[in-house]
Design a protein around this ligand. Sequence first.
Ligand SMILES: [Zn+2]
Length: 184
Amino acid sequence: METKKEALAKIKTSKKNLLLKIADLEEEDNVKKYLELNKLLADTNRAYDELLYACKLEEYASCKHLSVSFEDDYDYYEGRHHYRYGCLKCGLNTYLLDGDFISSIEEKANNDYIKKHCKFGFPGVNNTKLYIDTYENFERARVLYSSFRRRNKGVSDKIIIEMVSEALDNETKKAKEKLKNKNI
Ligand SMILES: [Zn+2]
């Protein structure tokens, strides 16, 4: 029977052979081109991410925030509300800060901006009195806001907010009814 040491020596030789074959292949023109393109793609991706990050920061800085509160995480022990805040226009929000890890450039830009510029409170919080229950509905409210805004150019933000609030209520009611009918 083959000992562990013999098996190890065998695998070591296989590894060496494979590396030699790969090194040979890397000398071929097509493979050289492939590796070069991959490097170029990685550089381009990096440049894209850096620019996207800078664009998001610029967007947050230039936005006249229209902020709402959402996702009330009521602390029964301390007896106080812990709201998340977000802007309906640019999407800047404090909810993403609670995440365990950052999954996108937009999320990183969001969190970096908040840590640096919103130490003394979220901007534009008193603009609206609208409270939204979940993060998903905050995202939905953003879609509704931009759609109503586009179709009602001269209308004040106050009216648009009322329209968003009403549309969200109707959608929630409809979803509940649908669920009720399904369960009957
Ligand atoms: Zn904003």
